[in-house]
Design a protein around this ligand. Sequence first.
Ligand code: PAF
Length: 284
Amino acid sequence: MKIIHSAAEMQEIARQLKIQSKIIGFVPTMGYLHKGHLSLMSRSVKDCDVTVVSIYVNPMQFGPKEDFKKYPRDIKTDLKLCRQQNVDYVFIPKDAQIYPKGYMTEVQVKGITDSLCGKFRPGHFTGVCTIVSKLFNIVKADIAYFGQKDAQQALVIKKMVKDLHMSLKIKVLPIIREPDGLAMSSRNAYLDDKQRQDAVLLSQALKKAKQLIEQKQRKTAKIIFQMKRLLSQSEFATIEYIAIVDADHLSEIKQLKAKTKVLIVLAVYMGRVRLIDNILVKVD
Ligand code: PAF
C-alpha cells in the first residue's frame, strides 16, 4: 500500500493507471475509519482493479461553530485498517495543497441542499461538493463509493456528477450498524456511556416509523409524533429534524401514497453530539 501526500503525484499515478486501462475505485473519507468505511473499501477492492482511499478532514464543509478542530483523527489506525482491506493507495493531502492561497472556486448544488442537513448546516454541501469534485479530478476515479448513512450527501453528489457530466459511477452502500442498531459514525466516539446507551433510540424511532407504515398509517405527522415520543425518553436527545421525504428528490410528504419509496431521516443531538440516521421504506 502506498501513501501519497502530493496531489500532483496522486494525479500522475492515476494517469498511469488509466493508460493501463485499470478501473480505479475510490473511497473518500475524513478518517477515523469504522466498519461503514471498511464495507466501502472492501466493495471497491472487489469491484475494481485499484482502490484509492482519501483521508482528509475538509475544513470547507464545517460551519464556524462546528467540530472541525476536534473531529477525531487517528491516521496510524486508519492506515492499518486500509492495509488490512488491501487498499492500494491512501491519499492524505495537506490543507495548503487543497486550498492554496488565492483559492477561489466552489461547487454548489442547489435545491436539494436547502432542506434537512443543508438547512441546519449552511454551506456544508458546497464544502462537500467542492472537495469531492477536487478529489475525483485528482484520483480520476471510475467508481466512487459512499454510505447511505449520509443519504442527502449521496443524492447531492449523484446530482453533481450528473449535472457536471462527470464520467464516473457513484455507488451507495447500506448503513452498517452496531449490534444494538446505532448507525456507525466517526462521531459516535464523542458519546459518553449514557448518551451511547440512549443513542439506540434513533434507530428504534426509524424502526417504529417503518412499523407504523407497514400497519397502514399514511399520515406522516402521526408517524413523526410517535418518533418524537420515543426519542423524548432520553434526557440527552434534542431533535434537530425528523422528516419523511421522497427518496429521490427529498421533498417532504404529508400523506403517504401506495407504491412509493420514502426516506425517513433524522438528525438528533445526544448532548452536544449531532447524530444522523435514516431508513428507506417502500409503501405498499
Ligand atoms: O462523508 C464524508 O466523510 C465526507 O463528507 C466526504 C465525502 C469524505 C467529503 O469530505
